[in-house]
Ligand binder design. Structure first.
Ligand code: ATP
Ligand code: MG
Length: 425
């Protein structure tokens, strides 16, 4: 179970264990909230039996205090198990992602745009925060506690219990059955959202050029189109979710009606007592509450799949690894029949061989777009080559740890970036 949770919700081992604790906490919390119903039942039965309440006063007082303490303790336990561990886990998840991105080859960033990655690290992580503090524990907790309550009700009076629970499988089936549609609309909205974020980021990065060329209006028009597309798809996705979830919630409410009808019928026939009827009415109004929220959580969790997949895709991508012991003799850089393409469509280098000797200046001269910068990037293993071999001092660089290899290099690129930092730094 721990392994499954880890994979499904991109959790650490500790995070997965904490989530199981959260399930237990929410279950206990839901069950404890049923204790007042039990106490009310007792109180009503004493009243109906005309027993003297003064004699039972101390008992009820103690019971109320005990229930209050139980509610307080389970609430504290629930908060600790859900919120505290969620934010610790969220920090771990963001750090793991950042660590992973540090080790991925630069070719990965060529395939993914920056807005997509930023969105994964910030928004997807934040969504998982809400999921692990609310949606998942509340859903699982409600399922476990409702099962326990339903079993007790079945023992109490199975006809009344059936009148109360027939709605549950139907309500959940509606949401589960519609998961394909919900997932589809959510995925589509996500594509438009990332396109929009990408547009905003591009605009901010190129603002100087846009102004210099008097193209701001044109750019705003295209951005406006993207924003409108997100708006349209987000509304449609919400509408799809709401249609299924609200129908399921309405079905759930029907349970109260059937309990009232079946209860009245059995009461008239003298097959149940007023007390049983009263207790069932009390229980069903409380029992459906966590389930109503769970239906919403379930639909949110169905949409969450897309976000988890995106995170998992980063985490399971192959890293650039290698040896961190250096066995080089000298620092000659040798390209030996090297071929490389940033993407399949366009071959940038093919069959390139040369030696850049230690202690000498080697200049690459050629037309713009000829591949000079690409060669310098490959020599420092920013990308892995498609065929051939690159060596430094006789060591094959594809077998050296990228960060260790960079100890050999100082690079000044043509696209200058000024970091917002001190001169000392
Ligand atoms: N990150 C990248 N992703 C995809 N293609 C790229 C990338 N960087 C460069 N290219 C392509 O690779 C080819 C070689 O580019 P490169 O920058 O190495 O040329 P260059 O010789 O340094 O040019 P310049 O003299 O203008 O600096 C070009 O066709 C360029 O469009
Ligand atoms: Mg260049």
């Amino acid at each position: 179970m721990i392994e499954k949770l880890k994979h499904k919700y991109a959790l650490s081992s500790k995070g997965a264990k904490d989530m199981v604790r959260a399930f237990i906490a929410v279950t206990l919390s839901n069950l404890v909230l049923m204790l007042p119903v039990g106490l009310l039942y007792l109180l009503a039965s004493y009243l109906l039996d005309n027993q003297l309440l003064q004699e039972k006063f101390v008992f009820f007082l103690i019971a109320i205090v005990v229930i209050l303490i139980c509610i307080a303790l389970t609430t504290v336990f629930q908060y600790r198990a859900t919120f505290l561990s969620t934010y610790v886990e969220s920090g771990v998840r963001r750090r793991t992602l950042a660590e992973k991105l540090r080790k991925l080859p630069l070719s990965y960033f060529g395939k993914k745009d920056l807005a997509d990655l930023t969105n994964t690290i910030m928004s997807d992580c934040a969504l998982l925060e809400t999921a692990s503090s609310h949606w998942i524990p509340e859903l699982i907790g409600a399922m476990i506690s409702t099962t326990i309550i339903v079993i007790s009700l079945l023992f109490f009076d199975f006809r009344m219990a059936l009148a109360a629970i027939w709605v549950m499988p139907i309500a959940f089936a509606i949401v589960l059955y519609s998961r394909k549609a919900m997932r589809h609309t959510h995925e589509k909205t996500n594509v438009y959202r990332i396109d929009c974020l990408d547009g905003i980021q591009e605009g901010l990065e190129t603002l100087r050029d846009l102004r210099a060329n008097n193209m701001c209006d044109q750019y705003m028009e295209s951005l406006n189109e993207k924003i409108k597309a997100v708006e349209k798809h987000a509304i449609f996705a919400e509408f799809t979710n709401a249609a299924f979830v609200c129908s399921a919630q309405m079905i759930l409410k029907l349970g109260i009606g059937t309990v009232a009808v079946v209860g009245s019928y059995l009461l008239v026939k003298g097959e149940i007592t007023v007390l049983t009827f009263f207790m069932f009415l009390l229980v069903v109004t409380r029992m459906y509450e966590p389930l109503q929220i769970s239906l919403q959580n379930l639909s949110a969790m169905i949409s969450l799949d897309t976000n988890c997949k995106r995170m998992d895709e980063i985490l399971s991508h192959d890293e650039q690894t290698g040896n961190d012991t250096l066995t080089n003799e000298g620092y000659d850089i040798v390209f030996d029949h090297v071929a490389f393409a940033y993407n399949q469509k366009e071959q940038v280098l093919s069959d390139v061989s040369f030696t850049a000797k230690q202690g000498e200046v080697t200049a690459l001269i050629g037309p713009s777009g000829g591949g000079k910068t690409t060669i310098s990037r490959l020599a420092a293993r920013f990308y892995d080559i498609d065929s051939g071999k690159i060596t430094v001092g006789g060591m094959d660089i594809s077998k050296i740890d990228p960060e260790k290899l960079l100890e050999f290099y100082s690079i000044v690129f043509q696209d200058v970036i000024l970091f917002n930092n001190t001169i000392m730094e």
